[in-house]
Design a protein around this ligand. Structure first.
Ligand code: ADQ
Length: 540
């Protein structure tokens, strides 16, 4: 492995995440087209100059045939990516099931499957087994490519078992694990049936990282309360072996945003947006359409603000950009299954009217539980419910406060390209980030990076990790309290230029100095140091 400038790299780094940073589309039996995605993790690692990084992960497609697998492996190698091939059944049980239906809601304080999701609780064991199996499949691929001295960095809640699998393969492997979501209070974690196994598996890592000190503290408490281990200021100790636990708050590649604003077509776009919304203050929400992002609550707070502030009704517009998420199981497949289930119920006379109220989940659920189609997961329904709920609220508010020429809310169910996103951030007066829980929330960072000429106001949920870094410059809110958020909107719109300047300076300094590259460098060098210290301790 060599650097593009010909010099030697300090070290090889194997980054293991559930998804590779590329989308793969099959064009022929042996032909694949690949597109690199540009998430925070990708740009963070691109900026890490000292390490030669390889990605290991699932390409997001089912490739059952050997010819296709070989061709995809070859194409991915050019992008420094190594695929893990997961079949459909494993993806359903491990990814849709255990990761997204159990761990994701639990880690965001939405609890374990509730009453109308009991079917998933019953299939918990098989999902957990699939989770362990999938983690072992990732470990097998890592071990094929691992060379002594490599650093292996595992990412996120999908791969909590990976550190244990890797250490079983080679005890001397340098293994770090980082969680991108919150780690919940130990009182929440202890409700998880597989609570101990997961904690022990993570503790096999040398270094365990979180976005905030709170999450790190919660993890240590879970280990002390649930496993009875000893928590120290350094981490968790088990029979003389220390697993280091620490906070590594992620950042963004702020220069990329700042430089994009200088591009002529972005400047042109900014000009168009300013003309389009002239005479109105622009409020912006950019989120993946996910339960944790608090989109309905945000829109209801905006409605309350309009209700109580008639003066602002024709002077403010909310742009809500919500990119659909977790669409890995095609909607048509889900609809087909539901159609199949409902027709069968109708046939049996189980459901009389198919209105939303009469379409009782309990009845359908019992059916699903006995049916071979039980792979339908309720979280998918939750995501669909969320989409229609948001559409309904937006429609109502626009009907209520809109005029023939303007509506108060523009809601888009789609993703924007990077340049368009930067232009939007730059013309925004008030950004609304009202996540109900969020590991960090990079949208708040991106907004701040693009605001150096406008000095807009950030309204930020106190339940986003970013509240700990941008709290002093933002207006912090409890997103569940719609009245409080409505008041914050008024405060932001009426804020003096002097106050905005002061708050913006604080946040801008933070965002431009605590970058994604710095985050990645710090984690990897801390991991190296941790391993060296552990070896010294053993020698002593
Ligand atoms: P996410 O939940 O995806 O990440 P976030 O940190 O806000 O949340 O990052 C979202 C990214 O997607 C941002 O870069 C944003 O620009 C982009 N994005 C969102 N909606 C978009 C849209 N409509 N169009 C275009 N781009 C859009 C998880 C955790 C977070 C944590 C990150 C990183 O849930 O809490 O901050 O990982 O660790």
């Amino acid at each position: 492995w060599e650097r593009p400038d010909g010099g030697p790299f300090r070290q090889r780094l194997l980054v293991v995440a559930n998804r590779l940073p590329v989308s793969a589309v099959r064009r022929g039996e042996e032909t694949w087209s690949l597109e690199m995605s540009s998430g925070g993790l990708v740009s963070a690692l691109l900026g890490v100059k000292e390490f030669e990084a390889r990605w290991i992960g699932w390409a997001g497609v089912n490739v059952p045939d050997e010819v296709g697998q070989k061709a995809l492996t070859k194409a991915l190698a050019e992008k420094r990516c190594i695929p893990v091939f997961l079949d459909e059944e494993i993806v359903h049980q491990y990814y849709n099931g255990y990761c997204n239906n159990i761990l994701w809601p639990l880690f965001h304080y939405l609890g374990l499957p509730q009453e109308d999701r009991l079917a998933t609780t019953r299939s918990f064991q098989s999902q957990f087994a699939a989770y362990q199996k999938a983690n072992q499949m990732f470990a097998d691929v890592v071990s094929e490519h691992y060379e002594e001295g490599d650093v292996v960095w595992c990412h996120d809640y999908h791969l909590m078992f990976l550190p244990e699998c890797l250490k079983r393969y080679d005890r001397k492997m340098k293994v770090g694990w980082f969680l991108h979501t919150p780690f919940p209070s130990s009182e929440i974690h202890r409700t998880l049936p597989s609570r101990s196994e997961l904690l022990r598996a993570v503790l096999a890592a040398d270094l365990v990282g979180f976005h905030t000190y709170d999450y790190a503290r919660h993890f240590v408490s879970a280990c002390t309360r649930i496993l009875g281990l000893e928590g120290t200021p350094e981490g968790v100790e088990d029979q003389g072996r220390l697993t280091r636990v620490a906070a590594f708050p992620i950042g963004i590649d702020s220069d990329r945003f700042i430089q994009a604003l200088e591009l002529p077509h972005v400047q042109e776009n900014i000009k168009e947006l300013k003309e389009r919304f002239s005479g109105r203050k622009v409020m912006l929400g950019v989120d993946r359409l996910d339960m944790i992002k608090g989109i309905p609550q945000k829109i209801l707070a905006f409605e309350k603000f309009l209700e109580e502030n008639a003066y602002w009704r024709d002077k403010v517009v909310l742009l809500q950009i919500a990119v659909p998420t977790r669409t890995d199981v095609p909607e048509c497949r889900l609809l087909y299954m539901l159609d199949f289930i409902v027709s069968d119920l109708l046939f049996k006379g189980g459901v009389k009217v198919l209105g939303s109220d009469c379409f009782t989940y309990h009845t359908v659920l019992d059916y699903i539980n006995q049916s071979p189609e039980s792979l339908v997961h309720w979280y998918l329904l939750d995501y669909q419910k969320l989409t229609s709920q948001v559409h309904e609220i937006v429609g109502r508010i626009n009907g209520r406060f809109g005029t023939l020429t303007a509506v108060p809310i523009h809601h888009l169910d789609r993703s924007l390209n990077f340049d368009a996103l930067c232009a939007l951030y730059a013309v925004t007066d008030v950004a609304l980030v009202t996540s109900l829980r969020d590991g960090m929330n990079l949208v708040s960072y991106e907004f701040v990076a693009c605001q150096d000429s406008k000095r807009g106001v950030l309204i930020l949920s106190e339940f986003a990790g970013a509240a700990q870094s941008l709290g002093a410059g933002a207006i912090l809110v409890n997103p569940w309290n719609i009245t409080e958020v409505a008041l914050a909107i008024g405060q932001a719109l009426n804020m003096t230029a002097e106050e905005r300047e002061k708050r913006h300076r604080h946040n801008y300094l933070h965002v431009t100095t605590h970058t994604a590259q710095e985050w990645a460098e710090t984690f990897v060098s801390e991991l190296n140091d941790t391993v060296v210290e552990a070896q010294q301790r053993i020698r002593e």
